[in-house]
Design a protein around this ligand. Sequence first.
Ligand SMILES: *Cc1c(COP(=O)(O)O)cnc(C)c1O
Length: 505
Amino acid sequence: MNKPQALHNSLTGIKGLVFNEPLLFEMGSPGRTAYSLPKCDVPEVELEAILPATEIRNPIDNLPELTELDVVRHFTRLSQWNFSIDTNFYPLGSCTMKYNPKVNNETANLSGFAQHHPYTPETLSQGSLQLMFELQEYLKEISGMAHVSLQPAAGAHGELAGMLMIHAYHSTQGTQRKKVILPDSAHGTNPASAALCGYSVIQIQSDERGLIDPKKLESIMDEETAAIMLTNPNTLGIFETDILKISEIVHSKGGLVYCDGANLNAIMGKTKLNRMGVDVLHFNLHKTFSTPHGGGGPGAGPIGVAEKLSPFLPKPIIEHADGKYTLNHDRPDSIGKMKAFYGNFGILVRAYTYIRSLGPEGIKQVAEMAVLNANYIKASLYKHYHLPYNGPSLHECVFNDKLQLKNKVSTMDIAKMLIDYGFHPPTVYFPLVVKGALMIEPTETESKETLDDFIVTMKKIAELAETKPEVFHNAPHMPVVSRPDEITAARNPKLRWKPERSELS
Ligand SMILES: *Cc1c(COP(=O)(O)O)cnc(C)c1O
């Protein structure tokens, strides 16, 4: 097939994928070293003479022997195999892969923060405690929740903390409840968190708007139901317009409202979750508040709660009185600790810096730009890709492959073809309510030029699907690895793979 025409910035991000990089074990030569030490000026002794046998490791066969430059080049090249937000557009829906301003890293790397030992006494930790306390206050201000704990290490971890608190709350109300209601558009971690707390999950089907229908909710909400877990705006990017009615229905039967805050990017600075009747909310600092993510962490998933749930927050709580910051461990009703020490502190420093550098007006502008960018893409592409829910939406837009499937081009094919053009594919096949979903979240950090490049490419791909559908079946054509068996690749990685020359062409 013809290799796709490169757009002006599109190839930089995938060039790395054509490298052929052997393992360190396959490189080097005996006797090479990455160091040179002066000659020993004291008598040599055998290790056995000075160390007990249990402290001496067995010799390792075939350790690679390399020079410093070999090692530097190897790891530098490997780092260029990564597709990252620092190299190109990465429109993963629901994940908010926004650019992370480097000033966040600068502050997190200040030695007073980066080298602050968690066992340092409180009196010598006032700066770090103040930062955490103030971050809690900012998150309270942004969300409207009465109290915040920074401890959980990820969104899913925050969900678990939230569900444990909901469980603890119902225990104090006399009878434990058995069920949690979830919409079918929920992120997979939501039912998992509810189930981990022993609840059975009751699914509520989204209506034709992609939203929770209050009438349907009313018919299943009962006094055995502990909570509803919803996301607002939901994973279709649509605001739950009946949220007040929804929380009223749940509260009227003694239940609680859990809000998955992963999509806070769309509404922060514009509205607050407490006004919607939310009792528990988690934040994804590694999404909304810009810390880098992907590749498995680290992250931070603070939780905010309404007043009635505050006794159950993870301990310790950071308090501020008489000019001093202290850690209060004396919390008899707390669900306990969710994380060693106080959470992933480096991530908290980044989020703090992000919020401080934007200020209240900047935070609001983030949400506005995120929504504008998503709607620009939606308006530019809706004639080329099917939009299953076409009402107003916020920070992301969800298309599917309905128009392309008639030429046997699927969402997976479209995603793979985007790699040839230097774009990371959007989220695919999620949310599950949309068959063949292509979920695009550009975020506020992308320029109009980047969005235009992406739009032109998506249109071109739609056209190719009409005129040359056969070229999709081997896409992507440019990278070394084209279509791995994704399950086998994850479960049984082939780390020693060395492509033959013929496989590279
Ligand atoms: C990312 C995400 C989560 C889970 O957050 P993690 O930090 O990845 O554990 C939950 N819900 C939604 C809607 C998300 O996008």
